[in-house]
Design a protein around this ligand. Sequence first.
Ligand code: SIN
Ligand code: FE2
Length: 206
Amino acid sequence: MTAKPVPPEGFRLLPGTFDRDRQEALVAQIRQILEESPLFQPVMPRTGKPFSVRMSNCGPLGWVSDINGYRYQPTHPVTGRPWPPMPQMLSELWQTVAPEYPPAQACLINFYHADAKMGLHQDRDEETFDAPVVSVSLGDTATFRIGGTTRKGPTTSMRLASGDVVVLGGEARLAYHGIDRILKGSSTLLKNGGRINLTLRRVTKG
Ligand code: SIN
Ligand code: FE2
């Protein structure tokens, strides 16, 4: 028996997908989105423990977590307004890396301050796992951890720098992953520091 590879088949790291100019343009668009659809403080289902990251979304659907659970919804949990449209640069990225799938429906915006982290988890609140999860890193470099499709078992870690794109497709679509730490001051992109991660997902089958 041969051990399964870590990261699993279908994992791709595309370093430097967005150059500095395009990173700046994307950040400007995200800032506009956040004016309309402000970062909110998600909490863990059941326990109500706050996440260390704050979140918002753009696109037709947004991922939210509250005391009742994880889900996708078309409106912001605090303002009640629809999520703003997804920037074209992100729809184009999806077209490039996932051309055979229907368009992304949700773009989760995660903001990490220097001490924020994200525990190991699977992205599995979608109706379909056919399309990959595609994510963009902006700002300070993060240490990203990825394992296999079970919680136990080996993991590996790597740095995600500003402008890098990660694709979790194939076997890696349901790989456990998380953020161990943010390397404070490693990027000058965000004027007050920290890191933004944009995660694009297809939610429904059709
Ligand atoms: C996530 O898995 O939701 C975020 C991953 C990242 O911040 O790179
Ligand atoms: Fe995730």
